[in-house]
Design a protein around this ligand. Structure first.
Ligand code: NAI
Length: 262
């Protein structure tokens, strides 16, 4: 048990990588975690790992596509009915691709904006009211009622990268949307921050990392001279979600091994 004792948490894209590690860390610290994603088998693998080491079941699967409004509305209904409260939302689901601007078709542009930006808007629109209602019922003066949203952005939201114009602009949008949401939700006692990972070893980056020269280039460009681990990113996400970050809202936390300073 730890910082999230009795908290209810949602993590999107929780079947792999950074989302998986975030769900595990939240559950290890006492949260009941709802893992959201499209592929049931991936989510079940993580849920089984969490529940097999917990005293009582701490994780459940909600199979859904975060770009689909109806599916997110179903998620909101389920949380209201089953839990009646919500403390932490981690908008982690995301996708990338490689193309120059001139070679990209509009469908690929839309796919990335929908997965990375529209999803954050939809989840906030649907789960925000559940958090607000719970916050009002609990009374904002209750110090235990920590409520926070953490959006996973990217180093690429701070700087352009080769052949990822759709991805880098989507992540810049996530960073700024986070600030807008933080302003809107602050009166309700809900903090909203983003975390911007640098390069971490996950299924998203696995293909690129097969290329030794690519990995060496990342090491050269990173002050700490190495690729990050998903659990290192997850630890910063759980910090931003926790009561320890009680005076932080509208911020972006860069976790890039010192890429941007080089
Ligand atoms: P990942 O590919 O393991 O995780 C992304 C997850 O999102 C996957 O499980 C995927 O199935 C899920 N997802 C994608 N589209 C979805 C949809 N429409 N509905 C529901 N789930 C969906 O990769 P990783 O690296 O763990 O990515 C997590 C987040 O971190 C992403 O937002 C990514 O952009 C961000 N990020 C990752 C970096 C890295 O170096 N790994 C660097 C910077 C940001």
């Amino acid at each position: 048990m730890g910082r999230f004792k009795n908290a209810i948490a949602v993590v999107t894209g929780a079947g792999s990588g950074i989302g998986e590690q975030t769900a595990i860390q939240l559950a290890n610290e006492g949260a009941k975690v709802i893992l959201v994603g499209r592929t049931r088998s991936k989510l079940e693998r993580v849920v089984d790992a969490i529940n097999s080491s917990a005293a009582e079941p701490a994780a459940t699967v909600f199979q859904a596509d975060v770009t689909k409004e109806e599916e997110m509305e179903q998620l909101g209904k389920l949380i209201k009915q089953e839990y009646g409260d919500l403390h932490v939302v981690v908008n982690n689901a995301g996708s990338s691709g490689k193309s120059s601007i001139l070679d990209m078709d509009a469908d690929e542009w839309d796919r990335i904006q929908e997965t990375n930006v529209k999803s954050v808007f939809l989840v906030s629109k649907v789960l925000g009211p559940v958090m607000i209602e719970a916050s009002e019922n609990a009374g904002q003066t209750d110090p235990a009622a920590n409520r926070a949203i953490v959006n996973v952005a990217s180093l690429s939201g701070h700087k352009a990268g080769a052949k990822i114009p759709h991805y880098s602009s989507s992540k810049a949008a996530v960073i700024n949307f986070t600030k807008a949401l933080a302003l809107e939700f602050a009166p309700h006692g809900i903090r909203v921050n983003s975390v911007s990972p640098g390069f971490a070893e996950t299924p998203l980056t696995a293909e690129g990392l097969k290329n030794k020269r690519f990995e060496e280039a990342i090491q050269r460009n990173t002050a700490l001279s190495r690729v990050g681990k998903p659990e290192e990113i997850a630890r910063v996400i759980t910090f931003a979600a926790s009561q320890e970050a009680s005076y932080m809202t509208g911020s972006d936390l860069l976790v890039d091994g010192g890429w941007l300073i080089k």
